[in-house]
Design a protein. Structure first.
Length: 466
């Protein structure tokens, strides 16, 4: 019987329907995910830039948002490789503004934030020499460049022509004279991914084999830090356990992160395990030795909760964290008025059905910051303290739609019946045995009663024999 269970489980794991193979239902939804994905942007507006630059006060920010976009993520250029055991694909991201889910019009609303192009230029010129720095600084002053800028939300996100970058383009033609936090990202992709189909081993389902033709990245100091581990976060292998460490590779972070089980949840009648990044995910190397390789410049290692990704952002001093420096060193939140981390609002999590490995709800929350510091030769930075300055945070979310939920419920019912069928057989056998015993007892009792009645009927009456 238990061999039968093992065979049925093995059949389920290697089923055509739960591998990334042409014609399977899961492959169709993998190529064109049906649940709507939304990208929400929350932008930090600086209300006292002058006081901060003079060193009179720490920066004060207010949060503007959400500005919400529907995100479409179809996969294209899909092809099977390595004898069908792996599948290559590009994931195209298309963003469409959703006014009814937003707080305002991004073409109208103005935001004041750090002048990121200026900071990036200054950061590149560190160590270039006093005279070079002074010359660039004078030019920046002549065109009115300051450390803070005011633009519409639309411009900040999707791009505007920057005068400093335009000038640099005359010196370095490869310079892009436009800047935007999401510049060139609409209708774009993150490069080619090659995934395991799960055909050979169900534990490999959806796991990344290569990204841009490589099995590792080259941004960090150690091989461990450069490893591309896990999936892209859109799919996981079936039969998850609470003890598992789930790995997700995120191109935006230029690295893989891990997630641990937090609690059991339920959505639309589907049971799920919630996995979330633990505190040690972005811990400093001194508190988590696994992260030592993520500090490329040892004398400038940051503390818990932040990650310097300038190495994969063309030298721009970009630092990522969780929103409001959630799970980070308290000093980062305390340095900015208006920052207050709340676990429920700022955590990243995945709600996965453990049987199927399917995400039923996900919230990917990431904050982008700029590292500000005083740089010799640039008077604009004279009064700057070493500050991790928040620019915006995003919430990329998905909740399973009703149709997909209904399909998963049917699949779960089938899996439950398959897994419990031997127990049903045992129970039916016990019931049949009990019924047989009861019938046998009744038959025996009826036979005894009939025999007794026959004996009594054949005996002579005692009164007539006197």
């Amino acid at each position: 019987m238990f061999d039968w269970v093992s065979n049925r489980t093995d059949l389920l794991l290697h089923s055509h329907e739960i591998t990334l193979t042409e014609g399977s239902k899961i492959f169709a939804t993998w190529k064109n995910p049906p649940p709507p994905v939304y990208m929400e942007f929350f932008i930090f507006n600086v209300t006292n830039p002058d006081q901060f630059l003079k060193g009179e006060a720490k920066p004060h920010v207010t949060t503007m948002g959400p500005y919400t976009y529907r995100e479409f993520r179809p996969k294209h250029n899909v092809s099977f490789v390595h004898n069908g055991t792996k599948v290559a694909a590009y994931t195209k991201k298309i963003f469409v503004f959703e006014p009814e889910k937003s707080v305002g019009d991004p073409n109208v609303d103005l935001v004041t934030t750090v002048n990121i192009p200026a900071v990036a230029v200054i950061n590149r010129l560190k160590g270039a020499g006093f005279w070079v720095a002074s010359g660039i600084s004078m030019y920046m002053g002549s065109i009115g460049t300051t450390m803070f800028m005011t633009h519409t939300v639309q411009e900040l996100l999707w791009g505007f022509k920057d005068p400093l970058l335009t000038r640099l383009k005359t010196i370095k033609p490869e310079t892009d004279e436009y800047f935007g936090l999401m510049l060139h990202k609409n209708s774009s992709d993150d490069g080619e991914f090659v995934y395991h189909t799960g055909e050979q081993n169900y534990l490999d389902f959806g796991r990344i084999y290569t990204w841009k033709g490589e099995k590792m990245v080259s941004f960090w100091k150690t091989n461990q830090s450069n490893m591309i581990n896990g999936t892209d976060g859109s799919s996981f292998h079936p039969f998850l356990t609470k003890e598992e460490r789930l790995n997700v590779f995120t191109p935006d972070l230029c690295r893989s992160i891990h997630m641990r089980f937090e609690k059991e949840v339920e959505l639309k009648g589907i049971p799920a395990y919630r996995f979330t990044p633990p505190r040690d995910t972005l811990a400093s190397g001194k508190n988590n030795p696994e992260n030592e390789g993520f500090c490329v410049t040892p004398k400038k290692c940051l503390d818990d909760g932040v990650l310097d990704v300038s190495v994969c952002r063309k030298g721009a001093p970009v630092v990522v964290s969780f929103p409001h420096f959630h799970l980070g060193d308290e000093k980062y939140a305390q340095a900015i008025d208006g920052i207050s981390p709340v676990h429920e609002h700022h955590q990243t999590f995945l709600d996965l059905n453990p049987t199927m490995g399917v995400p039923v709800r996900a919230m990917k929350r990431v904050q982008y910051n700029i590292h500000l510091e005083s740089v010799s030769g640039f008077p604009l930075t004279r009064n700057l303290n070493n500050t991790i300055f928040p620019i915006l945070f995003l919430n990329e979310s998905v909740v399973i739609d009703d149709a997909s939920a209904a399909r998963i419920q049917k699949l779960l019912l089938i899996v439950t019946l398959v897994s419990r069928f031997p127990l049903i057989l045992v129970a039916m056998g016990v019931i049949l045995l009990l019924v047989s015993i009861i019938l046998a007892i009744r038959f025996y009792q009826n036979k005894v009663i009939a025999n007794t009645q026959n004996i009594q009927a054949t005996q002579p009456d005692s009164d007539l024999s006197v």
